[in-house]
Each structure stands twice: as structure tokens, then as C-alpha cells.
Design a protein around this ligand. Sequence first.
Ligand code: SAM
Length: 254
Amino acid sequence: MKTKMDYEDIRKSPFITWLAEVYKRSERKEKVIGIELGVFKAAHAEYIMESIDIEKLYLIDPYEAGYEGEIADDIPEARDFAAKRMSKYGERIQWMYNDGNEALKKLAVKGVKADFIYIDGKHDYTSSLSNINHAVALVKDKGFVAGHDYLIRSNPPIEVKKAVDDFLKDKPYKFFTAGSPIPDWWFRISRNLWMREKTRIMLGILAEKDMSYLLQRAMINNGNDGQGVMLDLMFYLDNWFNHDNEEKTIEGKC
Ligand SMILES: C[S@@+](CC[C@H](N)C(=O)[O-])C[C@H]1O[C@@H](n2cnc3c(N)ncnc32)[C@H](O)[C@@H]1O
């Protein structure tokens, strides 16, 4: 269970401490765009601002009654407390008093791309998994999706660990966790790794199903253009998946 004291301890988030070090070592020049989902009294948000050279930090929290957990009674006063605490950062902060997924969708429509998103809103399985999915769509290549409470607990339910593990099951991203007794979790988005993993799976299907004629076809179409071959193969296989695995459908579409 988080106690009120824990909320000030959140200031020392292992993810943010680690990220600040990564940016320092890489001598990063560009300023950072970050998002925190679930802000409460802004202990973590303030630590982000103190640790990283932030251009803009979007702070998302609906501050609605009905939140589960021991902080429920403090939610109404938390909004004003956090606003006051963060006011010293002026335009570098942007508040969004919305549900997390709704806010992330709005940011996506505006074309915002974040270097990191830290998730600490609702902790049940469904909310956690959908927050992660919305976050991934907003994070830049080589950016981070992170959060608090890499745990399983009941009453009120904390199922973040299961949601993170399930999300990552078929993804090639590098995963990190640190902190005790309430660990942070984070992974780095890599479109390159994702592409490699897709290619590996695709080649496996080609071999297993003896669909080498597709490879031949892609090579005839593209000659020595490796990227063209891969793109054609993806197109063929995508059709194959989307048409009840009928090989003749691919033939028809090729
Ligand atoms: C565990 S607290 C966050 C603690 C915070 N990270 C800190 O530094 O202390 C969870 C917060 O999530 C917020 N919350 C509740 N429902 C939410 C939702 N649908 N989307 C985003 N945040 C939500 C609550 O209002 C609450 O302030």
C-alpha cells in the first residue's frame, strides 16, 4: 500500500534518475518533451523538472472523485496543491485535466511526439494496458514508456505488472525495472528492433509454410533492392493474414 509518505518518496523515481543520467552521458542537446499521466500532488512532476532539461511537460490528471485507494480523500485538494507547486515552471508545463487516454489521443491529434511518458494513473489491468497502448503511439523512436507500481496487489487492484508483461510478451523492446518497495518500470521504443522482429517472424512463416514462391516473386519485382523485397513480402503476408490465410488470395493480389 502506498502511504502519504510514499508520495514524496516518488520524487526519487529510479526511472527519472536513470533517464537524466542517460541524457547527460549522451550529451543530448535537444530539450525534452515529457508526459506524466496521473500527477496527484506533483511530487514526481517536480522531480522531473529538477532532473531533466524539459522543453514541455504535459501533466494529465482528471482529479475526479471516485479514485480507488488511500489517496482518494486527498484528490480534491491535490489539484490546487499541484497547480501551485508547478506554477514556477510557467509555460514549460501544460495541464490537461482529462482522463489519461483521452488526453493522449488529443495530443496525438495535435501531432505531439514525446521523449518519454510516465504512467501513474489508474492501476487496474485494463486501464494500465490501454494507457500503455496509447502511450506507445505518442513516443518518439528511441523514446521511453515508463511508469510506477510494477506490482500485483489486491484491494484496491494494482495489476500494472501483468499489463506491462502482457504488452511486452511479443515485443522486442528492452525492459528495465528498479526501485523498492514500489518499483518503476520502463522500456525503450525501437522501430528498428520492431522491424527486425517482424522480419524474423515473417521469414519463419515463409519457411514453415513453404511460401518461398512469394520471396521469389518479391525478388523478381525488386531485383537487388532489399528494402523493396521486404516491403513487398510484408504486403503479401499482410494480405495473407487479412484474408483467412488463403494463399490464392495473395496470388490474386500480387
Ligand atoms: C498514484 S496517484 C499519482 C501520483 C503521482 N505520480 C505523484 O507524483 O505523486 C494517481 C493519480 O491518477 C489520477 N487519475 C485517476 N484517474 C485517472 C485517469 N483516468 N487518467 C489519468 N489519471 C488518473 C488520480 O487523480 C491521481 O492523482
